[in-house]
Design a protein around this ligand. Structure first.
Ligand SMILES: [Zn+2]
Length: 363
């Protein structure tokens, strides 16, 4: 159609418009209809802009037609001018109307696509929780802070002097055999127990009294089987004051074990040996699995060995600067893994360090 209009004007020079004005007007009206129908069929804003360029831009049809006005006789100019002008206005109005409609539709579609249904169920994120060892450690800390003990921490890399010598275990002492030790050099070890905290805290506090601390933390020994791990956790307890007796130790331990395992539990103290306590006792708790009738858990004895304790050895007090004739004290060491395994019925210590969620999610 456009080409048709152009060729019509091309031949005008040789001929006059006058004789052909009816034909020209008809062709222009057809072109207008074609333009309007193209605008109607434009599906997007972008498509519409292409159509607008084709008709109305500087190189579009309508400005192109104006070039031929010079060839038209003076009599025909106003007629043709008005037709082209109306053509332009009609197209522009139609174009603007269609553009507004398309923009509204596009905005509406975008709003529909971005609509959020707040009533849909959300995405579940997994929430972690505390490890059984942390649970036990926190419970023991709470039990002791409630009765006036302070929580302190020692060093995991410790001097041989504090790990052994200050606990009455000199270099050639056979008791060193009891603890298979990681030596970093001749004088430095990975601590084999939390007991060096006893010596360090007494060094800090002497001559102040009372000393009432617990010291939780990691300890290291060269053991690795279902009931031993090369890294495990202990909580050390120490109380030093005037007139501390074995009865105080027993009372505190009874309170501790009843708080962890239940009011109905009993404890039993058996004579034992530790170089840094005198007298020393292994502490057993009554078996909750069989009510002391004998089962696999308690080895058919009715009792479960749970911790080591004793009265602080006079030499240990003396090395710290306290006079053993004036003050006494008790100390104990609890294995956190041992408590957790008994409390939760875990039969292999390695499960505690495997990071298997199927296991950990049970606590
Ligand atoms: Zn039992």
């Amino acid at each position: 159609m456009l080409q048709k209009i152009k060729s019509f004007f091309e031949v005008l020079e040789a001929d006059s418009l006058e004789s052909k004005s009816d034909v020209l007007i008809n062709i222009l009206l057809l072109a207008e209809n074609e333009g309007l129908s193209e605008i109607d069929n434009g599906k997007t804003v972008d498509e519409l802009k292409i159509i607008q360029t084709k008709y109305c831009s500087k190189k579009g049809l309508l400005p192109d037609l104006m070039k031929y006005m010079g060839k038209v006789s003076n009599k025909d100019k106003p007629v043709l001018g008005k037709i082209i002008h109306d053509f332009k206005i009609t197209l522009e109005n139609k174009f603007n109307e269609r553009l507004t409609a398309l923009k509204n539709a596009e905005r509406q579609a975008k709003l529909e696509a971005e609509k959020i249904d707040v009533t849909l169920p959300g995405c579940n994120s997994q929430i972690g929780h505390k490890h059984p060892l942390t649970l036990v450690e926190e419970q023991v800390k709470e039990i002791f802070t409630n009765i006036g003990f302070t929580v302190v921490e020692g060093f995991e890399i410790e001097e041989d002097y504090y790990n052994f010598e200050r606990l009455n275990i000199p270099k050639d002492h056979p008791a060193r055999e009891m603890q298979d030790t990681f030596y970093l050099n001749e004088d430095v070890v990975l601590r084999t127990h939390t007991s060096p905290v006893q010596a360090r805290i007494m060094d800090m506090m002497c001559p102040q009294l009372p000393v009432k601390i617990i010291a939780p933390g990691k300890v290291f020994r060269r053991d690795d089987d279902s009931t031993h791990s090369p890294m495990f956790h202990q909580i050390e307890g120490l109380m030093v004051d005037k007139n501390i007796t074995f009865a105080d130790l027993k009372g505190i331990l009874l309170h501790l074990l009843k708080s962890i395992f239940g009011e109905e539990r009993k404890i039993r103290l058996r004579p034992s040996y530790f170089p840094f306590t005198e007298p020393s006792a292994e502490v057993d708790v009554s078996c909750g699995n069989c009510n002391q009738e004998g089962c696999r858990v308690c080895g058919y004895t009715g009792w479960i060995e749970i911790l080591g304790s004793g009265m602080v050895h006079p030499s240990v007090l003396e090395m710290a600067g306290y006079d053993p004739n004036e003050v006494t004290g008790f100390a104990f060491g609890i294995g956190i893994e041992r408590i957790a395994m008994l409390k939760y019925g875990i039969d292999d210590m390695r499960l505690l360090f495997d990071n298997d969620l199927r296991f950990l999610e049970q606590f």
